[in-house]
Write a protein of this length. Structure first.
Length: 407
């Protein structure tokens, strides 16, 4: 038996002993779990018990160094732990952008003081983070951002606006791209700041979506004073950090979508095939009556499996010591198109019932949520970097195609 197999058996026993049975089979997305933060509340006593047990063993951040409270596991062991949770659809003991996006940047580029200040509260679920990248005039072209940070002694004075800030209304801190210089190339004047959301001058306004649910917010900064000690990396060196973090984000988005995406609890066990069989029925040969739809559903399932294999190949690179690179754009674009096609097919199956917005005498909650999930999926090709931008990255940085001449 290999060391990894022995670890799998050990962690499997530990999960069976410490993960309350009421949580088994309840994870509806890769982001399912306790998100922590000052405003965070546990959904149940069992969720709290699961979090506390994992925290004691360092498994809220399995592969982070033990000196900060992490589990100190190898990347391979961390993958095994996640696989064992996914096998039983057990929610993460702790979730959030501090773990998936900011943490890796701090571990790589943060100073010892910054690591000591920010990593333990993330691991303990005490601080919830949000991401301040996109602006009203700087979404896909992020290098055009205008939120300004002007140095004033040992502080920056920050003024500007961010948009599409997921869960900003629940977050305690924000990792933020700001412009510290207008000299030279656009990319060269950007810095990476950590800002306390309780600082004077920070305000948040939620954004409503047509789907009926939205985690998005607008975030405003008015003369916010941020210590220069809260800058990660060099002044003007934020673009390199931003692209590295975007690699983690796009990988996370792609993985989430390919593995099923986020969906309402009523759709936890939704299956295109089973739904089509129930609504459309089978012919005399026992197959779905609509052969074209049958072919498209089969293709969607095969594409999803191909996506999983691609994800595994990227994971192998990371386990070998690599970092998320431009290949994550492939996962993001592929996952986006896969998810949009999936919910488009769901609408085809529903037919005219998919046009209903509210429940009535014959439209079920599942039908209503299918329609709203389809609407929400339309935003996948914009969030996390638009598909047009991702295709340019794939063309120039993965396929090494020449850039078009500048006019």
């Amino acid at each position: 038996m290999s060391d990894l197999d022995a670890f799998r058996q050990e962690i499997r026993r530990w999960i069976e002993q410490h993960a309350p049975k009421s949580l088994w089979g309840t994870a509806i997305s890769p982001f399912e779990g306790y998100w922590g933060g000052k405003r965070g509340t546990f959904a149940s006593d069992d969720q709290q018990a699961w979090f506390e047990a994992a925290l004691e063993r360092g498994l809220t951040a399995p592969t982070w160094p033990a000196e900060y409270g992490g589990g100190g596991l190898s990347p391979e062991q961390g993958r095994v732990f996640k696989e064992e949770l996914n096998r039983h659809r057990i929610p993460l003991p702790l979730a959030g952008f501090g773990l998936t996006m900011l943490g890796p940047i701090l571990l790589e580029r943060g100073s010892p003081a910054q690591k000591a200040q920010h990593l333990p509260p993330i691991i303990r679920g005490q601080i919830r983070w949000c991401q301040g990248y996109s602006e009203p005039d700087a979404g896909s072209d992020l290098a055009s951002l205008r939120t300004a940070a002007v140095k004033d002694g040992d502080h920056y004075v920050v003024n500007g606006q961010k948009i599409w800030t997921s869960f900003a209304d629940l977050a305690d801190w924000i990792f933020c791209l700001v412009r510290t210089s207008t000299e030279g190339r656009k990319h060269a004047g950007i810095s990476f700041l950590l800002i306390d959301m309780d600082d004077p001058g920070v305000s948040v306004r939620p954004i409503e979506l047509i789907s009926g649910y939205s985690p998005f917010c607008e975030t405003f900064f008015t003369d916010v004073r941020v210590p220069t000690a809260n800058r990660i990396g060099d002044e003007g060196g934020g673009w390199r950090l931003a692209t590295s973090l975007l690699g983690h984000e796009r990988d996370m988005i792609g993985e989430a979508i390919i593995n099923g995406g986020t969906r309402p609890k009523v759709l936890t066990d939704y299956s295109l095939r089973d739904h089509a069989l129930a609504v459309i029925g089978t012919g005399a040969d026992g197959k779905l009556r609509d052969p074209i739809l049958r072919d498209e559903i089969a293709r969607n399932e095969m594409d999803r499996e191909a996506g999983r294999l691609t994800l595994n190949r990227i994971r192998d690179t990371l386990r070998a010591g690599g970092r998320p690179g431009p290949e994550t754009s492939i996962v993001k674009v592929f996952g986006t198109e896969l998810n949009q096609k999936r919910w488009h097919l769901a609408q085809q199956i529903l037919g005219e019932e998919g046009l209903y917005w509210e429940q009535d005498g014959h439209v079920t909650e599942e039908t209503q949520q299918l329609t709203r999930t389809w609407l929400r999926s339309r935003g996948n090709s914009i969030e996390g970097g638009s598909s047009e931008i991702q295709l340019n990255i794939i063309a120039t940085r993965v396929l090494k195609l020449p850039r078009p001449p500048r006019k």
